[in-house]
Design a protein around this ligand. Structure first.
Ligand code: AKG
Length: 286
């Protein structure tokens, strides 16, 4: 019974005092208080700070010390100059890998739920050449997307992984670690976070990416995927960046992110960068 419903205010005060004095309440308060304060402080700093995503040259020390260690998103320009020397084009990719059988996710526009989360319902096999026909067709949009789940880099396009490895100061001693993401203009990935810091690099095409810090309240229906948020919400510390070919975006572990291809895109994502990349550790070792 509430005070409005007639609970005498002295009795209500006594009940609140009793809860506040209880050992259980105090234990929870002691455990959660500092975390909550730290989270609120960082959210306030992020909301009052710059919404810009910095662009830096490919200087490993600057990146690792200031941005990776500080869990701050950043675009590294020209990190993959050697990739440019490959002169990759949609046509050269088709000539090299067109006959390979690949998995792609199709029928995504008909999905009743989140097609990224329920990706297995959309599996479909085709040749890489057939995938490229769809990727280059401006009417396809988000219906077809070969995401990292399709493992193009582990089989059909594996020969490309050595061509697109990152310069060594940026990576841990693990070879590979690259996943390819290939989609038409309009293909998109819904809001989610990754457990490791990742480096998302554009090989072909332009892509818009929105980033939401972990401190912002985002409704999560499942641990890693979230309900759509208003990306124009100026109250939240949302950052937005358009990536050009040869831009690499560092997405810190735990930051929510969402993407939209503005053109047909070939994107490479690396999860083997040197720092701030201990997989689940930060999530489970509290
Ligand atoms: O490029 C995309 O559509 C998704 C990339 C991404 O979000 C990721 O690799 O975590």
């Amino acid at each position: 019974m509430s005070v409005e419903q007639g609970l005498p205010s002295e009795q209500a005060r006594a009940m609140v005092a009793e809860i506040a004095a209880s050992p259980g309440f105090n234990a929870v308060e002691a455990a959660v208080g500092p975390v909550r304060r730290a989270s609120l402080l960082r959210r306030s700093v992020l909301r009052n700070g710059s919404r810009r995503v910095c662009r830096i040259p490919p200087d490993p020390q600057l990146y690792l010390d200031e941005f990776a260690a500080g869990q701050t998103p950043v675009v590294i320009e020209g990190l993959n100059r050697s990739w440019l020397a490959l002169n990759l084009t949609w046509q050269s990719l088709r000539e090299r890998f067109g006959t390979q059988t690949v998995m792609a996710l199709t029928g995504r526009l008909r999905a009743s739920g989140n097609p990224d989360l329920e990706w297995e319902k959309h599996r479909s096999d085709m040749t890489f050449s057939e995938l490229l026909d769809q990727v280059l067709d401006p009417t396809v949009g988000n219906d077809t997307y070969a995401t990292a789940r399709c493992k193009l880099s582990e089989g059909p396009l594996q020969a490309l992984t050595t061509d697109v490895s990152l310069p060594s100061p940026f990576v841990r001693g693990v070879k590979g670690g690259a996943a390819f993401i290939v989609g038409p203009a309009g293909s998109e990935t819904q809001l989610h976070f990754d457990i490791s810091t990742t480096l998302l690099s554009q090989l072909l095409g332009r892509k818009r990416v929105w980033l939401v810090p972990p401190e912002e309240d985002v409704t999560s229906t499942e641990t890693y995927w979230a309900d759509p948020v208003d990306l124009d919400d100026t109250e939240k510390a949302i950052r937005e960046v358009v990536m050009e070919p040869d831009d690499s975006l560092s997405i810190p572990a735990g930051w929510w992110h969402q993407t939209l291809a503005l053109q047909p895109c070939f994107t490479v994502t690396h999860a083997n960068i040197r720092q701030a990349n201990n997989g689940h550790d930060w999530l489970v070792n509290r």
